[in-house]
Design a protein around this ligand. Structure first.
Ligand code: ADP
Length: 508
C-alpha cells in the first residue's frame, strides 16, 4: 500500500489537535474540517488546510460522511482519521472511504460491523469462548418475553440499547414492579438516541469495576495487548478519571484478560487500535462488555506507560505496516492517570458551561501532559461534548502519580467559564480513590462528600450583581452587601465586568 502523505481528520476538539500533532511529527500534511460553530477552533488553526463541512449541528456537519469524503477528495487527502465519536465506528463510512480510494485509519468495516451492534457482538464473543455478562441472547421487543427473561436472569437487571453507546438507553431495574415502565422508557430513549428501539437485558453486576484492555493488531496476523486501563470512576456511566495499571489487576489476571481480548479481536479479524471493555465482579471474574473499534479518549495513559504513540501506529498499520514487537516486548512501566476536564458546573448538577474563555493557563512541568483543544479567547460552543481537555500524569508509582496529577490540576486556570477542575481534585483526594477502593458506583455513592461549593469567582459575581441591583434603589444597602465604598455607578460597572467574565455560565 502506498504510504500516507495527507490525512483528513474527520473530527474536532482535542482529539483532532492530538492527531494533527502526530501527523506533523511524521511529515504528513493535515486537513481539518469544521462546522460553522468551529470556524475559530484550535484544530482549524493547527491543520495545514481547513474546509467548512456544514452548519453547527453535528448531524449536518461532522456526521455527514458524504460531505467529509467530498472534502478529502477536493483536498487531495489519501487517508481519513475519524478520531473517536462521530463517524469513527460507522462501518458504512469506512466502506465509503475505501470506495473513494481513501485509506480509513481504523479497523476493517466488517470488524466494525461485527462489534457495532452489542447483541450481535455478545453472540460472536460467546461463540469464540469469551465470557460475556449474562443476559438475553438477543434483542427483545415483547414486554412479556422480556419480563420472563428478566426473571430467569434474576433482578436487578440492566436494560441496554442494542445499538447503544455513551450510556444512553441504559436502565437498571430492581424488581418486577418497575419493569413495565422501565422497558417502555428504555425503548423510547433508545429510539430517540439511535433511531433503533431494540433493547436487550444483562444481569446487573453489583458494584463492578470497569477494566479494559488496549489492543493493537496489524494486517499481517499479529495481535498484541498493551495492558489495561481502570475506568471505574464514572458519572452516569461515563468515564471521568482513568488509570493504568488497575489497582486490582495482578500479573496473572492481566495476562488472562489480555489473552481473552486477543481472542475477541481475532474472532472478528480485527486490525488497528481497539479496546475490549470488561466488567469485573467482586470475585475478580471478568465479563466482556463491548469492544470499541477506535482510539479511546483515555489512550494517553497507555501511551505514558508503553512509550508508544498509538496514533502513529494506527497510521502505520492502516498504511500496511507490520507491528515490529512480540508480546513479551510490551512491558508497560510506572503508573499514569488521566482526568477529563469539562466546561461544566459540578455545583449546578454538572450543567454544561459553554462560553468564552477569557484567560487560560495550562499545567505543565515534569511528566504532565495536557491534551487540550481550546485557547484563551476561544468560545466553547454549546453544540458538542463540553470536554475541553484531558490532563494526564505519569510517575514510577501510583501514589506519586496521584500527587502529580493533583499538582497539575491546581495549576489549571480557566477564566470566563466554569470547569470541573476543583471537583476533580476532590475526587483524587478522596481516601477511597487514594486507596484504590472504588467501583463504578463510587462517584454516585460519594456525591455529597465530593460536592464543591460554587466557584468563588461566580459567587462574587452574584454578589456584585445583587449589589448593583440594590444600588439602583439604595446606595447604603449596596455598601452593606459589598463592603465597598460604592460611588455613583461603580457597582454597575464592576458587576457588568464580572458578569461578562462569567457570561457562559450565567446565560443559561
Ligand atoms: P455504553 O456503550 O453506552 O458506554 P457500556 O456497555 O460500555 O455502555 O457500559 C458503560 C458503563 O455502564 C459500564 O462501565 C458500567 O459502569 C455500566 N454498566 C453497563 N452494563 C452493566 C451491567 N450489566 N451491570 C452493571 N453496570 C453496568
Amino acid at each position: 500500500m502506498a504510504s500516507i502523505r495527507k490525512v483528513l481528520i474527520a473530527n474536532r476538539g482535542e482529539i483532532a489537535c492530538r492527531i494533527i500533532r502526530t501527523c506533523r511529527e511524521m511529515g504528513i500534511a493535515t486537513v481539518a474540517v469544521y462546522s460553522d460553530a468551529d470556524r475559530a477552533a484550535l484544530h482549524v488553526r493547527m491543520a495545514n488546510e481547513a474546509y467548512r463541512v456544514g452548519p453547527a449541528p453535528a448531524r449536518e456537519s461532522y456526521l455527514d460522511g458524504g460531505a467529509v469524503i467530498d472534502i478529502a477528495r477536493r483536498a487531495g487527502a489519501d487517508a481519513v482519521h475519524p478520531g473517536y465519536g462521530f463517524l469513527s465506528e460507522n462501518a458504512a463510512f469506512a466502506s465509503a472511504c475505501a470506495e473513494a480510494g481513501l485509506v480509513f485509519i481504523g479497523p476493517p468495516p466488517a470488524a466494525m460491523e461485527a462489534m457495532g451492534v452489542k447483541t450481535v457482538a455478545r453472540e460472536r464473543m460467546r461463540q469464540a469462548g469469551v465470557p460475556v455478562v449474562p443476559g438475553s441472547p438477543g434483542p427483545v421487543t415483547d414486554e412479556g418475553e422480556a419480563l420472563r427473561l428478566a426473571r430467569g436472569i434474576g433482578f436487578p437487571v440492566m436494560l441496554k440499547a442494542a445499538a447503544g453507546g455513551g450510556g444512553k438507553g441504559m436502565r437498571k431495574v430492581d424488581g418486577e414492579a418497575g419493569f413495565s415502565a422501565a422497558f417502555l422508557a428504555a425503548r423510547r430513549e433508545t429510539q430517540g438516541a439511535f433511531g433503533d428501539d431494540r433493547v436487550y437485558l444483562e444481569k446487573y453486576l453489583d458494584e463492578p469495576r470497569h477494566v479494559e484492555i488496549q489492543l493493537f493488531a496489524d494486517r499481517h496476523g499479529k495481535t498484541l495487548w498493551l495492558g489495561e486501563r481502570e475506568c471505574s470512576v464514572q458519572r452516569r456511566h461515563q468515564k471521568v478519571i482513568e488509570e493504568t495499571p488497575s489497582p486490582i489487576v495482578d500479573e496473572g489476571m492481566r495476562r488472562r484478560m489480555g489473552e481473552v481480548a486477543v481472542r475477541a479481536a481475532r474472532a472478528v479479524s480485527y486490525a488497528g487500535a481497539g479496546t475490549v471493555e470488561f466488567l469485573v465482579d467482586a470475585r475478580r471474574d471478568f465479563y466482556f462488555l463491548e469492544m470499541n473499534t477506535r482510539l479511546q479518549v483515555e489512550h494517553p495513559i497507555t501511551e505514558w506507560c508503553t512509550g508508544l504513540d498509538l496514533v502513529r501506529w494506527q497510521i502505520e498499520v492502516a498504511g500496511g505496516g507490520a507491528l515490529p514487537w512480540a508480546q513479551e516486548d510490551v512491558r508497560p512501566r510506572g503508573h499514569a492517570i488521566e482526568a477529563r476536564v469539562y466546561a461544566e458546573d459540578p455545583a449546578r448538577g454538572f450543567l454544561p458551561s459553554p462560553g468564552r474563555i477569557k484567560a487560560l493557563r495550562v499545567p505543565s512541568g515534569p511528566w504532565v501532559r495536557d491534551d487540550g483543544g481550546v485557547y484563551a479567547g476561544y468560545t466553547v460552543p454549546i453544540h458538542y461534548d463540553p470536554m475541553i481537555s484531558k490532563l494526564s500524569a505519569w510517575a514510577p508509582d501510583r501514589a506519586i502519580a496521584i500527587d502529580r496529577l493533583r499538582r497539575a490540576l491546581s495549576e489549571y486556570l480557566v477564566r470566563g467559564i466554569t470547569t470541573n477542575v476543583r471537583w476533580l481534585r476532590r475526587v483524587l483526594d478522596h481516601p477511597d480513590f487514594r486507596g484504590g477502593r472504588y467501583d463504578t458506583t463510587f462517584l454516585a455513592r460519594r456525591a455529597k462528600e465530593l460536592a464543591t461549593d460554587p466557584d468563588p469567582a461566580l459567587a462574587e459575581t452574584a454578589l456584585l450583581a445583587a449589589a448593583a441591583h440594590a444600588f439602583a434603589r439604595d446606595e447604603e444597602r449596596a455598601r452593606q452587601l459589598t463592603g465597598l465604598r460604592v460611588q455613583g455607578g461603580d457597582a454597575w460597572k464592576l458587576a457588568g465586568r464580572r458578569s461578562a467574565l462569567a457570561r457562559g455560565s450565567w446565560s443559561r
